[in-house]
Design a protein around this ligand. Sequence first.
Ligand SMILES: [Mg+2]
Ligand SMILES: [Zn+2]
Length: 204
Amino acid sequence: MNKAVFLDRDGVITKEPPYYAHRIDQLKLIPKSAEAIRLLNKNGFKVIIVSNQSGVARGYYQEKDIETYNMAMKKKLKEKNAHIDAIYYCPHYSEATIEKYKIDCECRKPKPGMLKQAEKDLNLDLKYSFLIGDKMSDIEAGYKAGCKTILVLTGQGNDELKKISEMDIKPNYILRDLYTAVQTINRSNKNKENNKNCKRDDGR
Ligand SMILES: [Mg+2]
Ligand SMILES: [Zn+2]
């Protein structure tokens, strides 16, 4: 089984604002996000993007725009040797103006549908997996899927902090950005491995 790190896209890997980014001229990587993803690759995590894209349901852009944007993002990451293993997005919204996407679906975060789908597709062990997001709806989806969760303060993270006190679900960590989050994941993983390698001293 594989361990994964689920990443929200907007405000975690790429800069937000602009909100509802979908044109390539709006695409900017957050500093050190490529380095962070490269570290996850190196440490054996599947890197999986899970992104709400209700801009489609709202009529702001189309699914093919998401695909073009994601392709450009992957190319930018690849130039820095960072690899994304899979991308899931939810184009739905229950209040949609575009009829086709007006669904109260199972994939829109805070529901864990995209994570559950990835669990099947990539043979994941969710309890050894993490979710990193800049909104509490990301954190809730990760929590419901049984992952450890990290709220980052890039994107909408700082504003989301205000909500935390009134939420039942809290992130396991609150950290500055994706790179810091990945350092924390690697540290906690190393500690686990060191414990595994410990010799048991039975006192004889
Ligand atoms: Mg976000
Ligand atoms: Zn959906």
